[in-house]
Design a protein around this ligand. Structure first.
Ligand SMILES: *[C@@H]1O[C@H](CO)[C@@H](O)[C@H](O)[C@H]1NC(C)=O
Ligand SMILES: *[C@@H]1O[C@H](CO)[C@@H](O)[C@H](O)[C@H]1NC(C)=O
Ligand SMILES: *[C@@H]1O[C@H](CO)[C@@H](O)[C@H](O)[C@H]1NC(C)=O
Ligand SMILES: *[C@@H]1O[C@H](CO)[C@@H](O)[C@H](O)[C@H]1NC(C)=O
Length: 357
């Protein structure tokens, strides 16, 4: 009997499930700790690349895009010590445009990076709701939002909440305010409580059955509470239970019962909770494909969307995102980035995608 020899016995299945879970938690980055690393040597190379006649962009890129954030921060502090100069200040004098924007992003701590991203997105000159929705407030997971608020205050002497809320209204404003409270539970300390997820999923089913106006008035509060306080793992479980109960994705409920930016933010939180890899692959796809052959230089919002994914995911799961991208877009991420960018900015982006492994 061939079938009795199948390897799919219980221990093997448990092992496979455990491996899949592990793969979900620990994604595949493109940038890993560079070795042998010497911050002082790197600082000296950067110094000489910037202080010669005609900046050596290639050299700068080859260092900055091949180190982890932790290593880059060490380079900044070595630079400061050895040359009594701020690396950032010199960099700003030597390189410009999108390349500076990318390199600058690579040299920032996470909270500082998000503080600056939010500041740019709420600016009077070219506000960018999509950035707030797709890449900032939907997925601030790994550190506390109050750190971002503190950095915001430090950099701009302004209150983050006030700035974010100044031009928004309605349920969208309420949801943003709830997210800024930073009450989301931690996914890593998540204890499976399927019963609670089932309870919430059932409430959502009921919500969908009632007539119109369900997202208005007081009834919007439970959904805002759920989407701002549940861990992403819980949200994924709720979505899964909803699917089991109704045979329809939870996203369809939001699409039919909510509108505008409120709808978009709920959908993006859900998309990130269900699969960060898919979420970011789609963001890259829409940033790169909209108008093929139009250079990203001409559209700062799309350019920043790409920079944010590269900078925030390169040490997390960019390799998985790249793989997913090639399946969804039927083209490699590198090919599409190449088509949309030029010059040293292109080289730097491709370096991060290729990685240092
Ligand atoms: C880094 O390089 C400098 C200069 O070459 C050297 O003096 C220092 O000992 C090195 N540091 C480490 C940790 O290897
Ligand atoms: C989440 O919980 C883990 C383990 O309890 C902890 O190490 C980690 O710092 C927590 N993360 C946040 C953002 O609180
Ligand atoms: C979950 O619900 C089931 C069925 O109602 C019940 O038997 C079980 O004890 C509950 N589990 C927890 C942890 O509450
Ligand atoms: C994917 O791309 C290849 C080569 O460019 C092409 O031959 C193929 O038809 C494409 N597949 C889909 C599903 O578009």
């Amino acid at each position: 009997m061939v079938y009795s020899r199948t390897p799919w016995n219980l221990p093997t299945l448990i092992l496979i499930v455990a491996l899949l879970k592990w793969a979900h938690v620990c994604g595949n980055p493109t940038i890993i700790t560079y070795s042998p690393f010497n911050a002082s040597v790197d600082a000296a190379i950067l110094r000489s690349a910037m202080n010669q006649v005609g900046t050596d962009e290639q050299k700068i890129i080859s260092i900055v895009t091949k180190r982890t954030l932790k290593q880059r921060l060490q380079i900044i502090s070595e630079y400061d010590k050895r040359f009594k100069m701020k690396l950032e200040t010199e960099l700003k004098m030597e390189v410009g445009g999108n390349l500076f924007e990318l390199l600058h992003a690579l040299f920032q701590t996470k909270p500082a990076f998000y503080a600056e991203s939010i500041h740019k997105a709420v600016s009077r000159f070219g506000p960018d709701d999509q950035a707030l929705i797709d890449q900032i407030f939907c997925c601030l997971e790994t550190f506390k939002i109050d750190k971002v608020g503190q950095d915001y205050k430090k950099q701009y002497s302004r209150d983050l909440k006030v700035d974010v809320k100044k031009d928004v209204s309605g349920d969208y404003a309420t949801l943003l305010e709830a997210l800024i409270q930073g009450k989301r539970r931690n996914s890593t300390s998540f204890h499976k409580n399927v019963n609670n997820s089932i309870k919430i999923a059932k409430e959502l089913v009921k919500t969908g059955r009632k007539g119109s106006g369900i997202w208005l008035g007081s009834e919007v509060n439970p959904i805002i509470k759920t989407f701002s306080e549940c861990s992403y793992k819980e949200l994924a479980e709720i979505s899964n239970e909803y699917l089991k109960l109704t045979n329809r994705p939870l996203a369809t409920l939001f699409k039919s019962k909510s509108t505008g930016n409120f709808q978009s933010l709920l959908l993006k939180i859900l998309s990130y909770a269900e699969s960060p890899i898919n979420h970011f692959a789609l963001i890259l796809k829409s940033a790169l494909e909209q108008t093929p052959n139009v250079n990203l230089y001409k559209d700062i919002h799309r350019c920043r969307a790409v920079i944010r994914v590269l900078v925030t995911r390169s040490e997390v799961d960019l390799m998985d995102i790249e793989e997913r991208y090639s399946v969804t877009a039927n083209k490699s991420l590198a090919a599409d980035v190449k088509a949309a960018t030029v010059s040293y900015f292109q080289k730097a982006c491709l370096n991060i995608i290729r990685g240092n492994r």
